[in-house]
Design a protein around this ligand. Structure first.
Ligand SMILES: C[S@@+](CC[C@H](N)C(=O)[O-])C[C@H]1O[C@@H](n2cnc3c(N)ncnc32)[C@H](O)[C@@H]1O
Length: 259
């Protein structure tokens, strides 16, 4: 992906939605079209960012000290390493994105920390991300990892295989690792999927389809829910994004071995 600012780009549209400044007229126009289709979309994106914050806080409190954030997005308020470092300053974070603009901003704003790394990578090529030297060596693969795919997988088409992507990462994660996903949901208005895709570039999915992405993980309470209902600080109106966190199970100890 290059620096074409005349066409809307998901990262910059999202940036505008959550109050950032790294966006251009084409992005703002696209954002307005999304808001015409769904006036509550802006609040949904803000709530998504809050969900991300609550997830990182929760995982750090559970002892996670390294995060792999795929589809990191433009640096904005509440970046993963800032939230994590407020609780555990030694936490390592690798940000991955496929967008050159995101990467350039991330390098300029975040690469100063020795606890942060920025990697160019495409989620649809998970083996390449897992094989990246920074991902291999900055992450300690013998310790639990917090894998974040927040507002990412709805940019992956069925043909690109979101379940295959998640499964490839799952098989690489140490036991006790976590995966967080948030994803655009279409409960009740499936007939508008194509319209949504054209306006927002997002492949929204049903709750059941999103739940299927957690195959092989144990879902933490409260399960896959509207992002506002995932361990909320208080009540909030529903959005169009569902989120959840799954844990890679620790290998079951056979009974004969446990004796
Ligand atoms: C909506 S933003 C989400 C940012 C952040 N995860 C959050 O929830 O606040 C989606 C990000 O995913 C990135 N993205 C989309 N498709 C991707 C892919 N195939 N590989 C890597 N990054 C991707 C976009 O460039 C964008 O930065």
């Amino acid at each position: 992906m290059g620096f074409d600012t005349t066409r809307p780009h998901p990262a910059r549209v999202y940036d505008w939605m959550i109050g950032g400044k790294e966006n251009f007229p084409a992005d703002r126009e696209a954002a307005r079209r999304i808001l015409d289709l769904h006036p509550e979309a802006r609040r949904a994106f803000v709530e998504n960012r809050r969900f991300l914050g609550r997830v990182v806080t929760h995982l750090v409190k559970r002892g996670v000290r390294q995060f792999l954030d795929i589809g990191a997005g433009l640096p904005a308020s509440g970046n993963v390493h800032e939230i994590a470092h407020a609780l555990a300053p030694g936490t390592r974070v690798v940000y991955v994105d496929h967008d050159e603009i995101v990467l350039a901003h991330a390098r300029a704003l975040m690469a100063g920390s020795d606890k942060v790394r920025i990697v160019a990578g495409d989620a649809t090529r998970p083996r390449e991300i897992l094989g990246d030297p920074v991902v291999r060596h900055f992450i300690d693969w013998s310790q639990p990892v917090g894998l974040l795919m927040v507002a990412l997988l709805h940019f992956v088409s069925d043909e690109q295989g979101p379940a295959r992507i998640v499964a490839t990462f799952r098989d690489a994660l140490p036991a006790g690792s976590f995966l967080a996903i948030s994803h655009g949901v279409v409960e009740g208005w499936e007939d508008r999927k194509e319209e949504i895709r054209q306006v927002s570039q997002a492949y929204v999915r049903t709750r059941e389809e999103i739940a299927g992405l957690f195959a092989g993980f144990e879902l933490l309470r409260p399960g896959l829910v509207d992002v506002v209902n995932w361990r909320p600080a208080g009540p909030a109106a529903p959005t169009v994004l569902y989120g959840g966190v799954g844990r890679v199970p620790t290998a079951a100890v056979p009974r004969w071995a446990a004796r």
